[in-house]
Design a protein around this ligand. Structure first.
Ligand code: 6PG
Length: 630
């Protein structure tokens, strides 16, 4: 039982003190009556049949909250009217949600009136009861208990509820298991579920519990109904399963056991449009759906990932404490988790994160190719150069690349040379490119990195064509400092394209994504975390194109000649450097005062009468010319 503070609420006369005391003595908790905290003035008012107003309640609620939060390791039952949601928030302020359980006593006015009539020596006047009923707000969280039920039955229900888990995780693959261990290590009670597939997935949840010390108090299941029943209300369920049909399948299995107010969070790499549909579908049933990007791989999931929740804001609020507790902290100690926006925005930004990841990886691979094959450097030298670059511009992907370069196979040779040169992908890069086309936002660096993976995968064709087109050996030497500037320039262009894409989508879908907040979320735990990303975040100008940032302008203007020279040297290589060239072309396009699009418009009008706009006419005027056909 991780719950340490049990709030029992209800109007005056609902029996919360009697029930609270009985529960406290049964589970060996302390009991506190909120009425004992009322100042003299409040008691006087109530005795004189004057209803309390909010101004009377704030200091009272605050003193209770202060008392609870000042206790060392409290284990207590608190009976308090807490009639409105804001009162309950004030009571629970600063107390982690994992430590709290709410119970609410409810019953008919007439019955409570009757009970109050028999009560002696209480300062609350019976006629104030109606005013309490008038302001009572249905609680968003917790378990409702009927006052008509025998006390023993209510106590049994409360004890059963207290034994339930705060959260459930479905899917004990690499990511699900690591996330579950992370959650348990942060002190949350947790249930885990893995499906049963005869001969293939048998007792996976039980084995996961047995093999991981953090999960020793975790409840394991392969029966979905029992799993859901083990969760306390509102039920919160985190899906860590493969994106696509599996998410819909499990949602349909869960639905019969879910109630309005429960929360389903999909932490896989789902397509954002699927998350939009799922959120709409589940919201019709009152179930909150959160499409949540989670980045950081196995290690991140275990030690602190970057978390990008989108969709139901109410659902997010229920899981906020947990998500922030398990998320990475950046170097400044800030939490790498922030609500992204409604609908599919959480999975959208994760998708673009992966697009940026693809291009960052390809850019590093291109730098490696150039140094190793154009400049004929030993793998050790490349590692040495990258270490220097990484000291001034640290990034997770560069750090792991250095480890990869240093890794030896059993025979002592570089392991990298033993790995087949065919890149795979799970689809998020392709989705990013498709979504960019739908939005009309150019992301050439990301798209080229995707194409580089596609092209690499056709090894047989590459081998046969390389025999047909013989390329003479060539030495392509660039200056190392200029190469480093070119690398940084291309990385900037990659991030600019991804972030501009997110800004466009945010405007189009009214997601109101806070780019600065997103960059903080990406500053720790995720695969693309880097000093560059944090620097971009520091110098953002609201709504303006990211290239308007002062430091980016200064850096490019100071290094442009060197970058141009390096790129012209790289153009002589037999190696394909498409992401580098795409980054340069993007920059040239976006900073070009006069483009040749007038020719495109003229051609369109010539063959299709598509019309064009003139520089000497208003913006809303369109012209068509009868072109002289020779
Ligand atoms: C992350 C990663 C993670 C996964 C990619 C791999 O942020 O933790 O991006 O989501 O490694 O999905 O994608 P590909 O298989 O397409 O390279």
């Amino acid at each position: 039982m991780t719950t340490k503070i049990i709030f029992l609420t209800g109007v005056s006369g609902s029996g919360k003190t009697t029930l609270g005391k009985a529960l406290a003595s049964r589970i060996h908790f302390d009991f506190i009556d909120a009425d004992d905290f009322h100042p003299k003035e409040n008691i006087e008012k109530m005795k004189n049949n004057i209803a309390l107003v909010d101004e009377d309640r704030w200091p009272w609620l605050e003193s209770i909250n202060h008392y609870i939060t000042s206790l060392d390791n409290p284990r207590l039952v608190l009976a308090c009217s807490a009639l409105k949601e804001v009162y309950r928030d004030r009571l629970a302020k600063g107390i982690p949600s994992k430590k709290i359980q709410w119970f609410h006593l409810q019953g008919p006015l007439l019955l409570i009136e009757k009970r109050l009539a028999t009560r002696a020596g209480h300062f609350m006047h019976n006629s104030l009861l109606q005013s309490q009923f008038d302001i009572y707000e249905k609680p968003a969280n917790g378990i409702v208990l009927e006052i008509e039920k025998p006390q023993e039955e209510n106590i049994k229900q409360m004890i059963a509820e207290l034994k339930k888990s705060f959260v459930g995780v479905i899917g004990m693959g690499v990511m699900g298991k690591s996330l579950a261990r992370n959650i348990a290590a942060k002190g949350y009670s947790i249930s885990i579920f893995n499906r049963h597939v005869a001969g293939k997935e048998v007792d996976i949840a039980v084995k996961t519990v047995n093999q991981n010390q953090e999960l020793k108090n975790t409840l394991p299941f392969d029966d979905i109904e029992k799993f859901v029943s083990s969760l306390s209300a509102p039920k919160t369920i985190i899906l860590m399963i493969n994106a696509g049909a599996a998410v819909d399948e499990i949602t349909h299995q869960l639905l019969p056991f879910l109630e309005a107010g429960d929360v389903v969070l999909d932490g896989g790499n789902s397509l954002y449009t699927d998350s939009e549909i799922r959120e709409k579908y589940l919201s019709q049933k009152g179930v909150h759906f959160i499409g949540c990007g989670i980045s950081g791989g196995e290690e991140g999931a275990l030690l602190g990932p970057s978390i990008m929740p989108g969709g139901s804001f109410d659902g997010y609020l229920i899981l906020k404490d947990l998500l922030e507790d398990i998320a990475a902290k950046n170097q400044a100690g800030n939490t790498c988790c922030s609500y992204i926006g409604k609908g599919g925005s959480g999975h959208f930004v994760k998708m673009v994160h992966n697009g940026i990841e693809y291009a960052e990886m390809q850019l590093i691979a291109d730098m490696y190719s150039h140094l190793r094959w154009d400049q004929n450097k030993a793998i050790k030298e490349v590692s040495h150069i990258f270490k220097k670059w990484c000291q001034s511009d640290p990034s997770y992907l560069m750090e792991i690349t250095i480890d990869i370069l240093d890794q030896k196979d059993d025979d002592g040779s570089p392991l990298l040379d033993k790995i087949r040169d065919r890149a795979q992908n799970k689809g998020t890069g392709g989705w990013t490119t498709q979504a960019a086309c739908d939005l009309g936002t150019p992301i050439p660096s990301i798209t080229e990195s995707l194409y580089a993976r596609y092209l690499s995968s056709d090894k047989n064709e590459r081998v046969s064509l390389s025999a047909k087109y013989i390329k003479p050996p060539i030495s392509v030497i660039s200056d190392l400092e200029s190469l480093r500037s070119t690398f940084l320039f291309c990385r900037i262009m990659n991030h600019v394209q991804g972030l501009e894409m997110i800004k466009h989508a945010s405007d189009k879908y009214s997601w109101h994504i806070d780019i600065k907040g997103l960059l903080q979320t990406w500053s720790g735990g995720c695969i693309i975390r880097s000093s560059l990303l944090e620097r971009i975040g520091e110098d953002l100008i609201d709504h303006a194109h990211i290239l308007h940032a002062t430091w980016i302008g200064d850096f490019i203007n100071q290094n442009w000649q060197d970058i141009q020279k390096t790129v012209s040297i790289l153009a002589q290589s037999h190696q394909p450097y498409a992401v580098i060239f795409a980054s340069i072309q993007y920059f040239k396009h976006i900073t070009q005062e006069n483009s040749n699009a007038n020719m495109i418009q003229a051609q369109r009008d010539y063959f299709g009468a598509h019309t064009y706009q003139r520089i000497d006419a208003e913006d809303d005027q369109f012209f068509h010319t009868q072109w002289i056909i020779k």
